[in-house]
Design a protein around this ligand. Structure first.
Ligand code: EPS
Length: 388
């Protein structure tokens, strides 16, 4: 499940290529499109989402509904491209393209300025088009394939929003995971608590009114993950480390924690570490799950719990102060149509990067060229676990 994405936010399309999927995995395209729709939702999104209705076209790697093991290519058309054909023209610059059409007032908090300096651009659109969180649609498509693979082994991934701006919502307990998260999917805020939802709506409306934007915190939970994915051996084989990196790669994410996270630092060890127990029916298990599902970078067979903090979106309707890139004079930062809050959408992207990392680690542990081979290897591991 190694992959690459390509595409500009207002270019013709986004493309994702999974280089090496296992052969023989049954793929449901409707399910991929369903995941894309989930990512488009959420209260606080801007006008763009009413233009797009994301869906994939598969152009390689699948025959008769099953993967071939060859690169799997998925394309998501940008419907908005229609409106951007001159500004984002692939061929030479249109004659009527004016200097004023360039983006040259960098937004604090966006990739505009460092990107323009680094790549020697005079138009920051060359940076922002790729830095845009639109790219996460392609990652969501990759992840939708990974999720179909993982669900064959009963691994499920959920998410919810636990904070927007100053409004905090209660967390969840490890029991009734599926019930809890089925109500989350019905909420525009991806929040199961009605009272918090109301406050979140108020906050987004108020901050929108002021021309401001809002960040927040979301939590991703992976259930059914077997013990033994990832490894303690190398810094780059620890699965929690890979997940942390994957979360930090989501646009606007500034912090990641597992289980108790930062709270663990202030508690005595006796109130942090999850005591070990054993039952014939369950094997080894923990009496609590403060670790968030990892010890030594290895999954322990409990739910994986990851929280991520998203900063507010840097495009503000009431812009911050900046400096014109060319004249060096004081200016107001560039304004673009934008979302006010994208935390609910980011939580779906959090699910996506989790699915990709888990599928990769699963493939490494139970490796095989075909889905059947991976299934056999997994079944033999399950037998081994039953006899420890
Ligand atoms: C984004 C700006 C907005 C968002 C976009 C991310 O797009 P636009 O500039 O076209 O209004 O809607 O997100 C998506 C398009 C998406 O699919 O999530 C940005 O600057 O990062």
């Amino acid at each position: 499940f190694n992959y690459i994405t390509a595409g500009e936010s207002h270019g013709p399309a986004l493309t994702a290529v999974i280089k090496d999927p296992p052969a023989g995995l049954e793929l449901d395209v409707d399910e991929i499109n369903y995941q894309l729709r989930r990512r488009q939702g959420g209260y606080g999104r801007g006008g763009r989402m009413s233009i797009e209705s994301d869906s994939v076209e598969i152009t390689s790697g699948v025959r008769f509904g099953k993967t071939l093991g060859s690169p799997l290519t998925m394309t998501i058309k940008n419907k908005d491209w229609e409106n951007w054909q001159d500004t984002m023209k692939i061929e030479e610059k249109p004659d009527d393209f004016q200097k004023e059409d360039r983006v040259e007032k960098p937004r604090p908090g966006h990739a505009d300025l460092p990107g323009a300096i680094k790549y020697n651009f005079d138009d920051m659109r060359n940076v922002l088009e790729r830095a845009s969180a639109r790219e996460t649609a392609a990652r969501t498509a990759v992840a939708a394939v990974c999720r179909q693979f993982l669900s064959e082994f009963d691994i499920k991934i959920f998410s919810h929003v636990i904070q927007i701006g100053e409004v905090e919502a209660p967390g969840f307990s490890d029991e009734n995971v599926e019930d809890f998260f089925s109500s989350v999917d019905k909420s525009e805020f991806r929040c199961a608590d009605k009272n918090s939802e109301k406050k979140m709506k108020q906050l987004i409306d108020d901050w929108r009114e002021k021309g401001d934007s809002a960040g927040g915190v979301f939590e991703v939970v992976a259930a059914g993950v077997p013990v033994g994915l990832g490894s303690h051996i190398h810094w780059d084989s620890k699965l929690d480390a890979k997940l942390a990196r994957a979360f930090m790669s989501i646009q606007a994410i500034k912090g990641v924690e597992f289980g108790l996270g930062f709270e663990a630092a202030g508690r005595p060890g006796s109130e942090v570490h999850d005591e070990i127990d054993f039952k014939d029916s369950r094997g080894f298990y923990r009496r609590s799950n403060n670790s968030g599902g990892f010890e030594g970078g290895i999954t322990i067979g409990e739910n994986i719990k990851i929280r991520a903090a998203m900063k507010p979106i840097p495009t503000l309707a009431t812009p911050l102060k900046t400096v014109d890139y060319h004249t060096k004079e004081d200016a107001s930062a560039a304004k673009e149509r934008s979302d006010i809050c994208a935390v609910p959408a980011a939580s779906i992207v959090g699910e996506a990067v989790t699915a990709i990392q888990l599928a990769q680690s699963f493939g490494q542990k139970f490796g095989g060229d075909s889905f059947g081979e991976i299934r056999r290897n997994f079944n033999s591991y399950k037998k081994y676990l039953q006899h420890i």
